[in-house]
Design a protein around this ligand. Structure first.
Ligand SMILES: [Zn+2]
Length: 121
């Protein structure tokens, strides 16, 4: 199933996820074999302009995160940490936390608060 045009709010969340995971992979896995993410259920390149280029693990995390976001039954969606029903697989939950922490700080260190702001609000 391809969801061509997810709801705006969801699309925005997917853009943040995609950019954050790309930043994390750039910072940690440049030496590994990486390729453009290709999800069966979502046109990543349409959302992000171009598909993130990721290592295998980050590619799996991206697929997991996108799938979960697209299928979140809660509207409005609470912040994930306040959700009564954590839907991420425990492994990916740890991973995505690491990604968010790293990439959030990476943007702040680079003085790209503007970007962070735009992505979060
Ligand atoms: Zn990676």
């Amino acid at each position: 199933m391809v969801i061509a045009t997810p709801h705006r709010k969801i699309a925005r969340d997917l853009v943040v996820l995609g950019r954050f995971i790309q930043l994390y992979c750039d910072g940690h896995h440049r030496g590994e074999e990486r390729r453009a993410a290709d999800l069966k259920f979502c046109r990543v390149e349409d959302l992000l302009g171009r598909a993130p280029v990721l290592c295998e693990d980050c590619g799996k995390l991206l697929a997991h995160a996108f799938f979960k976001r697209l299928h979140c039954p809660l509207d409005p969606k609470p912040a994930c940490k306040h959700c009564p029903d954590h839907c991420y697989h425990a492994h990916y939950r740890d991973e995505i936390r690491r990604v968010m922490r790293y990439s959030g700080w990476a943007l702040i260190r680079r003085g790209r608060l503007d970007l962070l702001w735009k992505m979060l609000f």
